[in-house]
Design a protein around this ligand. Sequence first.
Ligand code: ZN
Ligand code: ZN
Length: 133
Amino acid sequence: MRERNTKQKEVILNTLMENKRHPTIQELVEEVNQKDASIGQATIYRNVKKLLKEKEIIQIPTGIENHLDYNHHDHYHIYCEKCHQIIDMKNLAPLKELQEKIEQEGVEINLGHILLTGLCAKCKGEKNEKVSL
Ligand SMILES: [Zn+2]
Ligand SMILES: [Zn+2]
């Protein structure tokens, strides 16, 4: 039984790693089931909860739905308000400065959970096009 549990967890984690688009848990369930239909939704939810608790993955709250991310190392996200995709940002320099300032107030922030909202390059381009018409 233990071996089966480990295997299921691996399939879930691998699916999340292959998917760079920060899927919601429902999207993850669909993708896992395309690979292995024998892994039920309850199992996937249970494993995701465990992975989150073990900090092997992170959850990005967009205010609409929670998205999952296998990359739990320092990076932050931009959420596109138009196409709802989540983009990874790895240049932490400006945020490190912000973090230091905030932590002078005696609180601690997790950079991995910072979510900025705006428009991705593609949607921004479309918007500009419309303006020029
Ligand atoms: Zn977009
Ligand atoms: Zn990410």
